[in-house]
Design a protein around this ligand. Sequence first.
Ligand SMILES: [Zn+2]
Length: 204
Amino acid sequence: MVIDDKTYESLARVGKILALRGLNTSHSGNISIRSGGKMVIKRRAAMLGWLKREDLVETSLEKEDSYSLIASTESAVHRGIYNETDAMAIIHAHCPFCTTLSLIEDEITCIDAEGVFKYKRIPVIELDVPIGPKEAAEKVPPVLKDYKVCVVRSHGVFAKGMTIEDALANVTGAEHSAEIRYLTMLTRQPLKRDYSEEKSFKKW
Ligand SMILES: [Zn+2]
């Protein structure tokens, strides 16, 4: 298993951005890229913001292999997403605003212009056990067939992308929309313009 320089550098950079932006704790979250019939994913318990080359492992997309034991605890979710969607890269992060809104809403409706343009709405997934990969591996992949990003209630987001940077754009974009929605709700003022009521939005 050899992780090339380009893969290591882009995953380490994205991991650091997620940590420094406060979108994960020191040890939460995981990232991966599709690599042929395999995926390169963060090692279990490694610090996402300070990845060393040996913190990345390559494991099969078909079944568990000898690397599965040391790969991220959420590997089964990533494997399911790669097998059921067009994802080329995946990020899981504990974004505070998306997670906060997931506690009080069944979906996060974007009200800022970029969020409306890119995401429209961000689905919230309810799991009996919101932490741990088993149920998430069943319920997250079907949702990411149709959406770029979703939130597991009280836990965090899973986002896909064509590259790891594209997945990062979807995580930070969704979180930015959730923050604007949250701040707008705090004002307790009605919206001057509600995109969610407009025809083009309903048709999505
Ligand atoms: Zn998590």
